[in-house]
Design a protein around this ligand. Structure first.
Ligand code: SF4
Length: 159
């Protein structure tokens, strides 16, 4: 286990979401869910981040920005896509300007299902992505291309 896995820094990017996923993501940062207890720090600059958390579907207007944010992150890095929109485009999928899920543009490591996903599921997804940072680090040292591993996270029962 390295320091990135133990205390990953995350950056959030809203592609084209209805803000439902963003509200649940923000709940993770509040004292109620307190994502920092896992050592996870939310930062505003992709150059400082290990994990990119993306909400919403990719469309023609934001595709370049999403790629740009991803490319600015140092390796090893991981991507978490939130909700049905992040996975496939969700309810936005048939819109004329929508390309689809986040994996149409950048490699996605963890999909967090739901519309929107609950904060517990989002935190679980981020922790799974943190564990993959080690794998990506080893891949990078071995000169291998980072592989796309889609890994659905189970949705906890609603209370
Ligand atoms: S998955 Fe649902 S809550 Fe999240 S952005 Fe799409 S429509 Fe909104």
């Amino acid at each position: 286990m390295n320091c990135r896995e133990k205390s990953p820094w995350i950056v959030h990017f809203n592609c084209n979401s209805c803000n439902g996923c963003d509200i649940e993501f923000l709940a993770c940062l509040t004292p109620i869910y307190d994502v920092e207890r896992f050592g996870i720090v939310h930062v505003g600059n992709p150059k400082h981040a290990d994990i990119l958390v993306v909400s919403g579907a990719v469309n023609h207007r934001n595709v370049r920005v999403l790629k740009n944010v991803y490319e600015q992150m140092p390796s090893p890095k991981a991507v978490v896509a939130l909700g049905a929109c992040g996975a496939t485009g969700g309810i936005m999928a048939d819109c004329y300007n929508v390309l689809g899920g986040v994996n149409q543009v950048i490699p996605v490591d963890v999909l967090v299902p739901g519309c929107p996903p609950r904060p517990e599921a989002i935190m679980d997804g981020i922790l799974q992505a943190a564990r993959l940072l080690n794998v990506h680090q080893k891949d990078r040292h071995a000169g291998a291309e980072v592989r796309l591993t889609l890994q659905p996270v189970s949705e906890p029962e609603k209370v």
